[in-house]
Design a protein around this ligand. Structure first.
Ligand code: CMC
Length: 430
């Protein structure tokens, strides 16, 4: 028998039945029977905004899959661009499809000279890279006015290729701008990650040879960050995209959401936290402060995972491989000890708080030579594929409309305008 819930309206005594489908009940069914009664769900904690076939996440079991493929297998055997293709198209590409896709993305890694000369060079030397990314990606909308035609699948595809191709270039230019170094243009002969590393770190050598261990580590980190169902920035992408804004403005909105310390900005915050802790001896005191509510253990906790984040497990292993090349980042020892103490403490056990993707990633990035303010950019580059896959899915879903939630008004009752001379100190209290 199909599962359902029966709801009785005690005002009228009328009952109606709502089927339970895939662990959800339809809010539309509810509003058909009870028009004008809304769900009050701050932060959408218990609301599914959409159906999606892109990533599967089981927070209790600590499972993440893209289009059905376990994240562990993709991290082991795939490349970032292959994963991007998978996310966007639903299936792994054939060799011919992959080659064509890689060639197209590579072709679009260059950015208009005005973007470099007029936008990027206009930023102050210490501008935060996320601010530079956000505004430069938004500015691209003005270079591709046809992008506003979001109903045309060919136009959409063209912008998807451009965005995935240009993100590393904008990120690398932002990086070099801060250091006052000349920009290095994309090298079409290199892979996605090697080209990015070349644009970041090439100095006087004619050809930058990225360490294969480090470029593979970056590839794995990109795969792990490529999508993560309805997280805050993806929700921003879907919400802004639902107004039919162009994909550059929409992606800029997603970058803005990612920049916050509770989301992608957590990787930067973790490094700053480890710096503040300074040594293993200070960990117990720091944990006491967290438990007293004075601060958070950054890189811990997740809205959906109530178990070890599978991405954090992989990143912890990759960190050791990276240290073989770069030398050990001593922060890893503080982080591992912090994790050990937290996972045996009642406060964290009771709340099911485990390390998330941001806990160990920054330690790798720092060992590779990135400064903390660049870490969230390293999250945003690969998440672009996920944002765009989710954006496309939203636009082609006949059930989706402009995202426009309801509210419960708690402000003042109707009142008459008071001329300024007649006003006392009236504070509106909600
Ligand atoms: N340190 C200390 N206490 C925490 C933490 C933490 N990192 N995370 C959650 N809690 C506590 C929280 O205070 C609450 O306690 P109580 O029940 O006593 O009020 C309880 O655990 C439940 O937390 P919540 O705030 O209701 O959980 P949420 O789902 O609203 O927030 C979160 C999820 C990720 C925003 C939160 O865990 C957090 O702020 N973590 C630190 C920031 C972080 O690492 N963010 C990266 C998230 S993963 C990647 C990404 O999305 O970018």
């Amino acid at each position: 028998m199909a599962e359902s819930i029966t709801i009785t309206d005690n005002r009228t005594g009328e009952s109606f039945e709502v089927p339970i489908v895939d662990g959800t009940v339809s809010a539309q069914q509810w509003s058909k029977h009870l028009p004008g009664i809304w769900f009050l769900d701050p932060a959408l904690v218990t609301t599914a905004m959409s159906e999606s076939a892109i990533s599967y996440l089981d927070g209790e079991a600590g499972i993440l899959r893209y289009r059905g493929y376990p994240i562990e297998q993709l991290a082991e055997q795939s490349t970032y661009l292959e994963v991007a293709y998978l996310l966007l198209n639903g299936e792994l590409p054939t060799q011919a499809e992959l080659s064509a896709w890689v060639e197209e993305v590579t072709h679009h890694t260059f950015i208009h000279e005005n973007v470099r000369k007029r936008f990027l060079e206009g930023f102050h030397y210490d501008a935060h890279p996320m601010g530079m990314m956000m505004s430069t990606i938004a500015a691209l909308a003005t270079f591709y006015p046809e992008a506003r035609n979001i109903a045309d699948p060919n136009v959409r595809y063209q912008q998807i290729v451009r965005l995935i191709g240009k993100m590393p270039t904008v990120a690398a230019f932002a990086y070099r701008h801060r250091l006052g170094l000349p920009y290095i243009y994309p090298d079409p002969e290199l892979s996605y990650t090697k080209n990015y590393m070349n644009m970041l770190w090439r100095r006087t050598e004619p050809k930058y040879m990225a360490s294969p261990v480090l470029s593979r580590a970056l590839e794995v980190l990109f795969i792990l960050h490529a999508d993560h169902e309805q997280n805050c920035s993806t929700n921003a992408m879907r919400a802004v995209g639902s107004s039919q804004a162009d994909p550059y403005s929409t992606t800029a909105a997603a970058i803005a959401a990612l920049s916050g310390p509770l989301h992608g900005g957590a990787n930067e915050a973790v490094l700053r936290m480890l710096d503040e802790i300074g040594s293993k001896d200070n960990i117990p005191g720091f944990i006491e402060q967290v438990k007293a509510g004075k601060c958070k253990l950054m890189g811990f906790g997740h809205r959906v995972y109530k178990n070890y984040d599978p991405r954090a497990r992989i990143i912890k292993r990759v960190a050791e491989e990276v240290f073989e090349v770069t030398g050990r980042n001593p922060k890893i020892d503080i982080a591992v000890e912090l994790e050990r103490i937290a996972l045996s403490d009642e406060y964290f056990i009771k709340r099911k708080l485990y390390p998330n993707v941001d806990f160990y990633s920054g330690i790798i990035y720092q060992a590779m030579g990135f400064t903390p303010d660049h870490f969230t950019v390293l999250f945003g580059i690969p998440r672009t594929a996920g944002w765009l896959a989710q954006w496309q899915e939203m636009l082609t879903d006949p059930e989706q409309k402009i995202a426009r939630p309801r509210q419960v008004y708690t402000g003042a009752e109707k009142r008459d305008f008071v001329p300024i001379e007649a006003r006392g100190h009236q504070l509106v209290t909600a």
